[in-house]
Design a protein around this ligand. Structure first.
Ligand SMILES: Nc1ncnc2c1ncn2[C@@H]1O[C@H](COP(=O)(O)OP(=O)(O)OP(=O)(O)O)[C@@H](O)[C@H]1O
Ligand SMILES: [Mg+2]
Length: 230
């Protein structure tokens, strides 16, 4: 592996007990280079979310290794894994997962509070991020007053609080129309090209291909195909 930045090595995991035991990933080895956007595709149940959860230190493999920023994480204690997650990894989800009773600005400010509690100017930083994403006139709206595309932009702004080097996105455009979806593709691509972040996107949506450096297809818990995009 050329760059042990982020990845899994011979990772396997099963869920359930006895006869109901289902292998979700079977000896998967994948390495994600710093400053790249990888797209992970594959049918429902092929193990995409399981892979993302492992890369995000939310799930440990039964066998094999997970590495984040060059560190093998599956031998670490839970508090150590939490610390790595807080410093290095953010998640973006299909369902946005915003705090419903907070304004867009406060949603992002909470991201700063969690990840960067020492920074006194978190409101300013939150505002800057929302302005960058074209939400300057939505700062004080609550999530139910925003369109799906706007909600996802707020969620991405919140994910970027604290400047994490790694963004893991599970179906980030699945709830969005074509225009809003493309906008999210552009925003995440920009996080790679302009800010050097490493982004892994799980999606069924083929329009991501144009924005990804590499497309990995999982099938039945294994890597079926890996294509470098030109
Ligand atoms: N917490 C769990 N408990 C039991 N089985 C699970 C759990 N998580 C995943 N699985 C099983 O592991 C396999 C892989 O699931 P995973 O959620 O990773 O698939 P996916 O590719 O993300 O699918 P989708 O496209 O539907 O989101 C499936 O057979 C699923 O039923
Ligand atoms: Mg999934």
């Amino acid at each position: 592996m050329p760059d042990h930045f982020l990845g899994v090595q011979q990772a396997s995991i099963s869920f359930g007990k006895g006869e109901a035991r289902v292998p979700a990933l079977r000896s998967v080895s994948l390495s994600f280079e710093r400053g790249t956007l990888a797209l992970v595709m594959g049918p429902s149940g092929s193990g995409k979310t399981t892979l993302l959860s492992m890369l995000g230190c939310l799930l440990s493999p039964d066998e094999g290794t997970v590495f984040v920023d060059g560190v093998t994480v599956n031998q670490l204690t839970e508090p150590e894994k939490t610390a790595i997650r807080q410093k290095k990894i953010s998640f973006v989800f299909q369902a946005f997962r915003l705090f419903h009773s907070l304004t867009a600005l406060d949603n992002v400010a909470v991201g700063f509070e969690i990840r960067d509690p020492d920074k006194p100017q978190r409101m300013e930083m939150a505002r800057d991020l929302l302005l960058q994403f074209g939400l300057g006139d939505k700062l004080h709206q609550e999530p139910n007053e925003l369109s799906p595309g706007e909600k996802q932009r707020v969620a991405i702004a919140r994910a970027l609080a604290g400047n994490p080097p790694i963004l893991l996105a599970d179906e980030p455009t699945a709830s969005l129309d074509v225009k809003a979806g493309r906008n999210i593709c552009e925003i995440l691509r920009n996080q790679v090209s302009e800010h050097g972040r490493t982004v892994v996107v799980v999606s069924h949506d083929p329009r991501w291909r144009e924005f990804a450096d590499r497309t990995i297809t999982l099938c039945d818990g294994q890597v079926d195909q890996e294509v470098k995009n030109s």
